[in-house]
Design a protein around this ligand. Structure first.
Ligand SMILES: Nc1ncnc2c1ncn2[C@@H]1O[C@H](COP(=O)(O)OP(=O)(O)OP(=O)(O)O)[C@@H](O)[C@H]1O
Ligand SMILES: [Mg+2]
Length: 250
């Protein structure tokens, strides 16, 4: 039996709008994300990075093509099944931390489980908390935490259900370099120590340089990939792809 990756897209096409206003955000994308690997997705603004993540994470429906999570085709699932998949098997980290301001760090971390009526696995919760190094901040509200700490709380929230894949869309986009380094170190550690599969969109060569593999998108297509990347090699590759248009955010 062939072993499938943690997530896979086959001929994935996603268009928005119709007629003259139609935009093809993804055009026949084939990509496989290795289990227990840290993958970066890079490419110019508008190249389809967020759309790819959303389709892989069951947050958006493909126009055509297939998306698999492990052996299960999520592109064939109904909304009820997709809700279960998002809740039980996917973790998502956004550029804006999206923490609930009135809840403590700990309450934020376990909120998705609480909503799903599940109790956190205590041993796993402890492991995640120790990995993010926030044990003495658990009773703090988000406003009492630095940006890097808030994003680590958001990462812990994504990890606490032991999802098959954690998707992070520009998780360091709002952070200074020291806080970015904290979050990247945590994601790296979650792959190395906890065996987590992580996929991250980033514009930063230094961030991509710490992953296992970089997938480059341009105009909705996969145009290149790099294994064992370094920040310098990523930077050189980006230069050859042309300047990045300024992003107005998502
Ligand atoms: N909901 C939507 N409706 C219409 N067009 C959309 C929608 N979402 C994305 N697009 C378009 O699809 C293309 C890809 O967008 P996407 O957000 O995936 O790019 P991105 O690579 O994440 O860019 P950025 O680096 O700026 O975040 C763009 O042309 C965008 O304008
Ligand atoms: Mg985006």
């Amino acid at each position: 039996m062939t072993r499938n990756g943690a997530a896979r897209a086959v001929g994935l096409t996603k268009s928005y709008g119709s007629g003259a206003a139609e935009v093809t955000a993804l055009d026949q994308v084939d990509v496989e994300l290795g289990e227990g690997e840290f993958t970066a997705i890079m490419g110019p603004s508008g190249s389809g990075k967020s759309t790819l993540m959303h389709c892989l994470a069951a947050l958006d429906h493909p126009t055509s093509g297939q998306v698999f999570l492990g052996d299960d085709e999520i592109s064939a699932m109904n909304d009820k099944k997709l809700t279960e998949v998002r809740r039980d098997r996917i973790g998502f980290v956004f550029q804006a931390f999206n923490l609930v301001p009135t809840l403590t760090a700990e309450e934020n971390i376990v909120l998705p489980l609480a909503i799903a009526g599940r109790t956190p696995d205590r041993a796993w919760f402890d492991e995640v908390i120790d990995t993010i190094g926030l044990r003495n901040r658990l009773k703090h509200k988000p406003s009492e935490l630095s940006g890097g700490q808030q994003q680590r709380v958001a990462c812990a929230r994504a990890l606490v259900s032991r999802p098959a894949v954690v998707f992070a869309d520009e998780p360091t986009g709002n952070l200074d370099s020291a806080s970015s380094a904290e979050v990247l170190a945590f994601l790296r550690h979650s792959v190395d120590a906890l065996g987590q599969t992580v996929v991250m969109v980033t514009h930063e060569p230094v961030a991509a340089g710490g992953t296992d593999r970089v997938v480059f998108l341009a105009d909705g297509r996969v145009v290149d990939e790099m294994r064992e990347p370094s920040a310098q090699r990523v930077l050189d590759r980006m230069k050859s792809m042309g300047p990045r248009r300024p992003s107005l955010g998502d």
